[in-house]
Ligand binder design. Sequence first.
Ligand SMILES: [Fe+2]
Length: 213
Amino acid sequence: MSTPVKTENALDVFVSQARELFAREPDLDRRWELLAPILAKLLADPDVIAASKNWPECVPRDGRAENLIFYEDPDYGFVVNGLTKDEGRIAWERAQTRAHLHDHAHIYTLYGVLDGHERIERAVRIDDGSRPDYAEIRRTGESYVSPGEIDLVRPYEIHREVSVGERAVAVIIRSQKSGGFMQGRYDPENNRYWEGLGPRQTPCEMLPDQPGR
Ligand SMILES: [Fe+2]
């Protein structure tokens, strides 16, 4: 009886190339810029795109988003997340109106669109941060993004990924697992600032074994 040979899938390739980059590049801005083309290959993989059609729906609850977590690196701490935006999530975003931009605190994030389209909004803080519960921000732009496009979100950068009303799926690489630390939230209409926990993390297989392969 022969032992089945396990071939490397696109996630295995991403993880080994990311680990090799993290080992050789200590400059964080540079490291995260160089990670984008490695993520681009994962986003272009037909097996990942096909599998994402069956990833479970991410359901926002108690004011918090949900992310799927496919991988957490034991040495470098980076994680590979998935985010599916189905009807429930789209309605949740709509209910938040245009307020509620956010940052990811101290972590770096690559937000890669895998399927569908979204709009990404960006803003910068213009007050000095000295007043609690208060922040003035200025919008700096927005862009409509398609599969394969990647947004690098550096520490404390203010942004929002907004549904355009269709199912959308993202693969998100974070320098640290979210959910256990506070992230900033911004309501530009009232200059209100507050903090909340990031998305809760639900373990999931990115590429479930397919029979016959
Ligand atoms: Fe975000």
